[in-house]
Design a protein around this ligand. Structure first.
Ligand SMILES: [Zn+2]
Length: 234
């Protein structure tokens, strides 16, 4: 292989590494955001559990208030009963008292049911909080691991960039470097490529002419693919 092609190949290798590191560094913040999104479900589940508990508490208060109102009515009816001189009114008020007491009984039963439900709902909140804490732990770990990876990649990138500078300086030929960089960008990082024994360019996969192949073989000059202009080596 020609010495300049060999040097360009070494430069391309480091440029490909730089390109991969830059792409990875761009992806890391996105991956961190995705990790944070995983908290959304658990946060929503906890909010729902709290809302369910709260709605039940409101229901309990309502029943409690109803019981209070009925008890006041019972007291009022009993006072009326105490004050009346009429037998039939006394009996009627007594029946009313019984009717209200039955209502209070039913409401108290309902209140006990709601309190049992409250226990379950409180348990749901505890479970949802535990799930959120667990997920938060995983997410924190993942974000930290991604941060560590980014630090490591930034270091590798700085090293690669300084190595690139060395390799560019070693080549020195501005025109050749321009051609290389133009090809590298245009051919998606495939500026210097192998040409197969079947004369196929491994950048564009088109077959080169026998003359081009022969040039790549002899190394008399830099051979370019007839189709995509990539620099060829065998
Ligand atoms: Zn080609």
């Amino acid at each position: 292989m020609r010495e300049d092609v060999k040097q360009l190949l070494a430069l391309q290798e480091i440029d490909q590494k730089i390109r991969a590191l830059e792409a990875e560094l761009l992806r890391i913040p996105q991956l961190q955001e995705t990790a944070k999104d995983r908290l959304a479900n658990d946060t929503a589940a906890l909010a729902q559990a709290k809302a369910n508990f709260q709605a039940n508490e409101v229901e309990i208060k309502k029943v409690d208030l109803d019981i209070g109102t009925r008890r006041n009515s019972i007291e009022r009816l009993k006072n009326q009963q105490f004050e009346t001189k009429k037998n039939d009114e006394y009996t009627k008020l007594g029946q009313e008292v019984i009717r209200y007491e039955e209502m209070v009984d039913a409401l108290e039963t309902r209140e006990l049911e709601l309190m049992e439900i409250a226990d379950d709902l409180r348990g749901n909140i505890t479970a949802a909080e535990a799930a959120l804490t667990k997920t938060q732990g995983y997410v924190d770990e993942e974000i930290k691991a991604l941060e560590d990876r980014a630090t490591e990649r930034r270091k590798a990138l700085a090293e690669a960039q300084s190595l690139k500078e060395e390799r560019v300086a070693a080549i020195g030929d501005e025109e050749l470097l321009d051609t290389y960089h133009r090809l590298f960008n245009k051919r998606d990082g495939q500026a210097i490529v192998k040409v197969t024994p079947e004369r196929s360019c491994t950048s564009c996969h088109v077959q080169v002419t026998p003359a081009t192949y022969a040039l790549a073989q002899s190394g008399a000059a830099i051979a370019h693919c007839d189709n995509c202009s990539a620099i060829l080596f065998i």
